[in-house]
Structures are given as structure tokens and as C-alpha cells.
Ligand binder design. Structure first.
Ligand code: PEP
Ligand code: MG
Length: 326
């Protein structure tokens, strides 16, 4: 079976009726790039850049980040890299950033909030990413966006970093990298139509979207059995964000764990999602699943699921769509 999965590597991900799906990898450290290429990923849909700040005392300099990213981009050989700016704080502490644990870390000073509160950190990172963008296709993704203002502030920072680099005679990609928002806070999903007017793309993070929608700490074993991305509230938020992106004509990727679970693939395709990013281990399984799916049947499945409001019945429907090989 392993060999059969390996053979899948160079085959494009396409449903039985020819709907093309983009399969990308989630990645934490640039050293994982060999595994990413081995999995057949068409790009990196989520580089969790905060890992570059972890397990060290100091903050990586602009040059250090630039060289790491440049090497990664070169290894990717034209495949697209989506770099998420540091999502530190909360459950992802980086002592180098001087994060303290607030009374409720999941709701505290983290991700883009931290980046805007400590602009020198975010500016340094944005400059490194922009310099690296001269070497291959790059997108910049902002984590934990809750408001349009945060996205505007990030774009302003990116634009001034860009102007500074150009004035210094350093090469950057032309046009500059698209700037996107993670949709992982329920309020951002509900306001996705307003965010879509300012974002170049969306990436739905189903891990945090589920955590915040259901008020279930994703790292707490005591409530792990209640963590359910098939809760109708989570699915409605995903659908709303996907519809808003489609209406605004911006690309959307799903990059939480849900994207890497073949049980959910037909549902996501049926909701109109064409771009999935997942851990490399899951990628061949999801690709195999996509080959079995008929897009029309997946849409019927999604319609039936979205008409349900009972989690148990939703699970049963999702299982039966999966078992029917549709
Ligand atoms: C998510 O929240 O779903 C996500 C993809 O980001 P992370 O798991 O890094 O928080
Ligand atoms: Mg997240």
C-alpha cells in the first residue's frame, strides 16, 4: 500500500470527473522540505514561521530569516510558498519574543496582535519575506485576523518595508506577494465578506476555528472528545467564508487538520473548496480519496450535510458519503 501511495506522487489530484484540486503541505521547519517534495505536494500552503523563533534565546535577524526562506524557496523549484507571519503567543510561546502568558493565552496578545504591538518584530520578518520573494512565488499570510483594521495595518507595514527595500536597491518580487488572512476566529468568518474586500486570499484554519467556535481548548485532553469540526456552527462558518471568497473572486485554502482527513474531503469539495493544505503524512491518502470522488455527488453530499443541524446526523451523513465512495 505504501508503494501504491508513492506512485500517486506525480499524478495530479483530480476527482473522477476531472475537478482539479490543489494539494499543498503544512510545514513547521524548513528542514522538512525533503518530506514535502516526497509527498507530491504542489507547494507549501502554510509555513508556520513561528517555529523559526522557538527553542532559542534571541530573535532571528532579517538576514537569517531571509537566508532560510531563500534556501527553502530554491528547494521548492517554482512551487509556491505561503509564509504565515509568526503566530506566537498563546499555546506557542517563543521566549525570544518576550511573550508572557496572560490570564487567557488563547485570547491574549498573540499572532498579528503581537506583531502590531511589537512592530519592529513584524517589520523585520516582512522585510525578510519580501527579500526572499525575489527568488520564487511567495504569499504572505496573517494569522488570527479578527478585524479589517489589522489586515490594513499589516498591509501598510508590508508596503513601507517594500518601499525601504526598493530604495536600498534590494530585489523583491514584482508584483509584490499577495497578502492574505487566516480565517480562524469565528468573528472573522462571520465578517469574511468585509475581509475579502481587503485580503488577496483566505486560509481557513479549522483547528482554531473549531476551538473558538465551540469554546474547546484544542490542547486540553479533558475536552478533546468534544472537539468537532463537523459541528454545524463550524461548517456554517466555513461555508460562509468560502462563499465570501468566491463572491469576491479571491482564492481560498483550508489548512487546518480537517483538510488532511480523507473522511472530510468530499464535504470540503462539495462546499466548493479547491485548495487544501495538510501535513505531508496525510497528503497521499487525501489524494487517493480525491480520485474516488465525483464532484456532483460531493455537492449533493455537502447540501445534505448543510441542511442538517444535528451533529450526530451530520457525522452519519459524512460517513455515508465517504463509505459510498462518492
Ligand atoms: C489552524 O488554526 O487551523 C491552523 C492551521 O493553524 P495552527 O494549527 O498553526 O494554529
Ligand atoms: Mg491557528
Amino acid at each position: 500500500a505504501r508503494r501504491a501511495l508513492a506512485r500517486l506522487r506525480d499524478v495530479p489530484a483530480e476527482t473522477r470527473d476531472g475537478t482539479r484540486i490543489l494539494l499543498q503541505a503544512n510545514m513547521e521547519l524548513p528542514a522538512e522540505v525533503a518530506a514535502v517534495l516526497e509527498s507530491g505536494a504542489e507547494g507549501i500552503g502554510l509555513l508556520r514561521s513561528e517555529f523559526m523563533y522557538m527553542n532559542r534565546e534571541d530573535v532571528p535577524s532579517e538576514d537569517e530569516q531571509y537566508h532560510l526562506l531563500r534556501e527553502l524557496i530554491e528547494r521548492l523549484g517554482g512551487r509556491r510558498l505561503t509564509v504565515r507571519t509568526f503566530d506566537a503567543g498563546g499555546d506557542k510561546l517563543a521566549p525570544a519574543l518576550g511573550c508572557s502568558i496572560g490570564p487567557n493565552p488563547a485570547l491574549g496578545l498573540r499572532a498579528i496582535r503581537l506583531g502590531l504591538a511589537r512592530p519592529e518584530l513584524l517589520e523585520t520578518q516582512l522585510s525578510a519575506i519580501l527579500r526572499a520573494s525575489a527568488h520564487g512565488p511567495v504569499r504572505i499570510l496573517i494569522p488570527m485576523v479578527a478585524t479589517v483594521e489589522e489586515l490594513r495595518a499589516a498591509r501598510k507595514m508590508m508596503d513601507s518595508a517594500l518601499a525601504r527595500l526598493i530604495a536600498a536597491g534590494l530585489p523583491v518580487s514584482d508584483p509584490p506577494p499577495p497578502l492574505g488572512a487566516m480565517i480562524e476566529i469565528p468573528g472573522a468568518a462571520l465578517a469574511a465578506d468585509s475581509l475579502a474586500a481587503e485580503a488577496d486570499f483566505f486560509a481557513i484554519g479549522t483547528n482554531d476555528l473549531t476551538q473558538y467556535t465551540l469554546a474547546i481548548d484544542r490542547s486540553d485532553e479533558a475536552v478533546a472528545h468534544l472537539f468537532n469540526p463537523l459541528h454545524p456552527a463550524v461548517l456554517r462558518l466555513i461555508q460562509f467564508a468560502a462563499d465570501a471568497a468566491a463572491k469576491a473572486g479571491i482564492p481560498l485554502c483550508v489548512c487546518g487538520e480537517m483538510a488532511g482527513d480523507p473522511r472530510y474531503t468530499a464535504l470540503l469539495l462539495g462546499l466548493g473548496i479547491r485548495d487544501l493544505s495538510m501535513s505531508t503524512n496525510n497528503l497521499p491518502m487525501v489524494k487517493q480519496r480525491i480520485h474516488e470522488i465525483d464532484q456532483g455527488a460531493a455537492e449533493l453530499c455537502a447540501r445534505a450535510v448543510m441542511a442538517e443541524s444535528d451533529s450526530a446526523r451530520i457525522s452519519a451523513l459524512v460517513d455515508s458519503c465517504h463509505a459510498d465512495g462518492r
